[in-house]
Design a protein around this ligand. Structure first.
Ligand code: ADP
Ligand code: MG
Ligand code: ZN
Length: 384
């Protein structure tokens, strides 16, 4: 029930309020200041990354009584109505429930009428990939002969389902995953405004669990608050979200490095014993390997790491015994076995199988090492 509260209360209202979508915001601002508007925009990308919010901000920018402006006043009738979702000239359509050709024909009739009061008539079509083929064709006709002062903003999480004919009529914007530290910063702002007693580790854990979606981070945030007492610490959040300790990830990895089936089986046994969701641990471990590659091969990791790790010393020590190609092979095995793992009736067996594969792979001498050995051998032969 509470899960929507914070996300809705904290919908960004201006371009500068949007987190992590700077390129989108800047391009739209430029279009407004240089008076170069398209008839149709397509916002594509991850759920909860700001597509609907941006569509509304853009609508306010276009229709604000003081506009068109990159800083809508947020006070005029138009700005207020768009915020509340009851503007006559900004129509939001959920394509998931209005996906038939009749719905789009109706829309085509509607777009012939001019804006009731404001500068533009704006149609925001959410989940546009849900339209039927005939509905897409009807929409295409409208996009081909757009009536003056009509702007379409379409949003989708599934770009690959949009027909090329539609794509070619739209200006496309990609909504990226929001980097971890930007989500953390936003959560800190919100927590402080709500005067919550919550530590940084908690917010990091919440941000990590969101997969780069701001909305998901806020629902998880609400879930954590609902389940905690006055003071919230990382320890509480770990247990609420069932997040596995970094030390376990490091132990699993070091077990593989040492080729110790005993250590690996032992840790898996603990995970099962403490009731961890192995599917979640699998994802976390895969991300851990991915992040380990980043740590070993990238200088400035701040925007690229998906998690933050405590126990840096122990982590670095394990990584010393691994090369990037070693880690790449591990990641490859993890990803290849993911579908197997998802379908397994008993996740534990599949989990163990994957770790046995990782161990086995350690025992195989990598080709490059073999070649190096051969060269050395040949060199020694020559000398003799
Ligand atoms: N880029 C962002 N910056 C700040 N808050 C965001 C952002 N993206 C999403 N949110 C939060 O998530 C909620 C839902 O976002 P929304 O724009 O509807 O996402 P989408 O349409 O991409 O699924 C917003 O009300 C806001 O609280
Ligand atoms: Mg949306
Ligand atoms: Zn206004």
């Amino acid at each position: 029930m509470a899960s929507q509260v914070t996300a809705l209360a904290w919908r960004p209202q201006t371009f500068d309020d949007l987190v992590g979508q700077e390129v989108v915001a800047q391009t739209l601002k430029n279009a407004i200041t240089s008076d170069r508007l398209h008839h149709a925009y397509l916002f594509a990308g991850l759920r909860g990354s700001g597509k609907t919010s941006t569509a509304r901000i853009f609508a306010k920018a276009l229709n604000c009584a003081e506009g068109p402006t990159v800083t809508p006043c947020l006070k005029c009738a138009s700005c207020n109505e768009i915020k509340e979702g009851n503007s006559l000239d900004v129509v939001e359509i959920d394509a998931a429930s209005n996906n038939s050709v009749d719905n789009i024909r109706e829309l085509r009739e509607l777009v012939r009428y001019n804006a009731a009061r404001d500068r533009y008539k704006i149609y925001i079509i959410d989940e546009v990939h849900m339209l039927s083929t005939s509905a897409f064709n009807a929409l295409l006709k409208t996009l081909e002969e757009p009536p003056p002062n009509v702007v379409f903003i379409m949003a989708t999480t599934e770009l690959h389902k949009i027909p090329a004919t539609i794509l070619s009529r739209c200006q496309q914007f990609d909504f990226r995953q929001i980097p971890l530290f930007k989500i953390e910063k936003r959560l800190r702002l919100i927590a402080d405004k709500q005067e919550l007693d919550i530590d940084d580790e908690s917010l990091t854990l919440v941000a990590q669990a969101s997969g780069g979606s701001m909305r998901d981070s806020l629902s998880i945030f609400d879930q954590v608050i609902a389940a905690s007492g006055e003071k919230i610490t990382g320890l509480d959040v770990r247990s609420i979200l069932g997040v596995v300790e970094d030390t376990i990830l490091i132990d699993l990895l070091s077990g593989v490095v040492k080729e110790s089936a005993e250590q690996v089986f032992g840790r898996i046994n603990e995970l099962v014993h403490y009731g961890h969701d192995l599917k979640q641990v699998y994802d976390t471990f895969t991300g851990f390997i991915r992040d380990s590659i980043v740590l070993k091969s990238v200088n400035d990791t701040s925007e690229i790491l998906e998690r933050r790790y405590g126990h840096g010393e122990a982590h670095n020590q394990v990584l010393e015994d691994l090369t990037v190609p070693d880690l790449v092979r591990m990641l490859d095995i993890m990803l290849q076995h993911e579908p197997v793992f998802r379908q397994a009736a008993t996740p534990r067996y599949a989990f163990e199988l994957v770790f046995l594969k990782l161990l086995e792979q350690r025992r195989l001498v990598p080709l490059e090492k073999l070649l190096a050995n051969l060269k050395e051998f040949a060199g020694a032969e020559k000398k003799n």
